[in-house]
Design a protein around this ligand. Structure first.
Ligand SMILES: Nc1nc2c(ncn2[C@@H]2O[C@H](COP(=O)(O)OP(=O)(O)OP(=O)(O)O)[C@@H](O)[C@H]2O)c(=O)[nH]1
Ligand SMILES: [Mg+2]
Length: 372
């Protein structure tokens, strides 16, 4: 009997140990594991045509504030009139290639000039001189007529001093004025970069204290340009900020202050008075206002002329920056401004990027109006 009992106990013991070992290899019972989160398809991997599915779990990376990467800045060259004036060119294209100059030709030419915003007065003058030339020189074809028109246009724009005045050993102040949204701040950014590249030490003055985001916008441009910046609180006196910037520039030995101002309607007397004060204060020692640049949007057409008249009366504009000529068929405003107000266009904006600001070269401009 005893051996049977001993064998039974040993067998039971062995079964028990075996069962324990088997259960010990299994994971302990516990909370269900979360399924692995869906992974984003690799950007570099092969393109898979899958329907977009909304992930169950929002990817954590989108909740983390990530510093934006600095913009890659591939070197770009400055654009040319020829590349950007395609719109203006089409107005004159129909005249070229005509075998005779008849009344229709004159009518079409007048219409093209007015559509290009040369203005009725300057267009009439141009056409009168052109008629005399056609008779004197015996011109017969549309191509000859356009060639003669180019000569007339170039001669009207020739001879102006379009340089930007920069006095040695002075704190030069260039003041930017104009109505809302014409491109003042952007132009300061582009020009600031040019001046820094030319070896000047540039200070930008955030004189637009009216619009909340204006100082941030200029700050971004000052970073791009490598210029210093003075800004003040929203609603602060623009004259005070510009004066501070001039003093700071002077103490640092910076030779150029680019002063931004808030956009304003030329018809608002109080705002134009504020601008007069800005100019007066900016001209106090150690500052010297050597340029007052009126920024005009080329797409606004003949109203630019009215603006130019009012701003010149208030702050003695020394030159015009004509912006957005890339999106306009109205480059002719250049003639109206020059012939009616005698203010030279000095710079032209041909886009929104930092290099899209070029010196105004009348010959290149006129050629680009007509040639593809
Ligand atoms: N296409 C084109 N856009 C331009 C040019 N210059 C400026 N802009 C754009 O015009 C818009 C207004 O430019 P801003 O520099 O803010 O104009 P602003 O005169 O300072 O405006 P306010 O301060 O509000 O009066 C921006 O979107 C610019 O990128 C240009 O030459 N061509
Ligand atoms: Mg601005």
């Amino acid at each position: 009997m005893w051996p049977v009992i001993v064998i039974a106990v040993v067998v039971l013991a062995l079964v028990g140990v075996g069962a324990y070992l088997l259960t010990a290899r299994r994971p302990a019972a516990g909370p269900e594991l979360e399924p692995a989160p869906p992974t984003r398809p690799s950007v570099d991997g092969p393109a898979v045509d899958t329907a977009p599915t909304k992930p169950d779990v929002e990817p954590v990376i989108e909740e983390v504030a990530v510093e934006p990467e600095p913009e890659p800045e591939p070197p770009r060259r400055r654009p040319t009139f020829r590349e950007r004036l395609a719109k203006a060119r089409t107005a004159f294209a129909g005249i070229l290639g005509r075998s005779a100059i008849d009344q229709d030709t004159w009518d079409d030419l007048e219409e093209a000039l007015i559509r290009a915003d040369v203005g009725i007065g300057p267009a009439t003058d141009l056409l009168d001189d052109l008629r005399a030339r056609v008779t004197d020189e015996g011109l017969e074809t549309g191509d000859q007529l356009i060639e003669a028109l180019k000569v007339e246009m170039k001669s009207r724009l020739a001879g102006s001093d379009r340089s930007l005045r920069m006095d040695d050993d002075e704190t030069n102040v260039w003041l930017f004025v104009g109505v809302n949204g014409v491109g003042k701040t952007t132009t300061i950014g582009k020009l600031g970069k040019r001046q820094v590249d030319a070896g000047h030490t540039v200070m930008m003055a955030a004189g637009d204290t009216f619009r909340a985001a204006a100082a941030e916008q200029l700050e971004t441009w000052s970073g791009r340009a490598g210029a210093d910046l003075v800004r003040g609180a929203e609603g602060a006196d623009p004259s005070a900020i510009i004066f501070d910037a001039i003093q700071s520039a002077s103490s640092k030995g910076a030779d150029l202050v680019l002063a931004d101002t808030a956009g304003r309607l030329h018809t608002k007397t109080n705002l134009m008075d504020e601008l007069r004060k800005v100019r007066r204060v900016a001209d106090k020692e150690p500052g010297h206002v050597t340029e007052v640049l009126l920024v005009l949007d080329a797409t606004t057409g003949q109203n630019g002329l009215v603006q130019a008249r009012q701003f010149t009366e208030a702050v003695e504009v020394t030159g015009v920056v004509l912006t957005k000529l890339d999106g306009s068929a109205k480059g002719g405003i250049v003639f109206a401004i020059q012939s009616e107000l005698g203010i030279p266009v000095k710079l032209v904006g041909l886009g929104e990027q930092v290099e899209d600001l070029i010196d105004f070269d009348p010959d290149e401009f006129v050629d680009a109006l007509f040639e593809g």
